[in-house]
Design a binder for this molecule. Sequence first.
Ligand SMILES: [Cu+2]
Length: 135
Amino acid sequence: MSTFNFAFALRAALLAAAFAGASTAAMADIKDYKFELVGETIPAGPDKVITVRLVNARTGKPVPDAVIFATRLDMAPDGMQEMATKITPMPGGEPGTYKFKATFGMAGRWQLSLGAKVQGETGTVESKLVIKATP
Ligand SMILES: [Cu+2]
């Protein structure tokens, strides 16, 4: 093998390795992302703050700058799906956590439905979390 051919082969191998690495990273699936509640119980009452964390389940890392576009909070887990309450996004929180304000009109289990778009991923993260409002 001449010096030229060796250099070419080495460069091709490095390129192939770099490409393989890049394509693995790009293959992260939208299903790898999930929401977690930060604290599972909240006292019932007005203007309570709900904090959720969006994580990449493969890496365990929080995911900042997601666009949360669908939210609903109702008492479906206690058979009262018609009992919905307004939910308002709030600024602040650590990167990867998202805060909302809501009024929990009664104690019991509330279901928080969330949808999110993650930067660089196609598809939608959809999640339903159950929050327990305590008396
Ligand atoms: Cu209720």
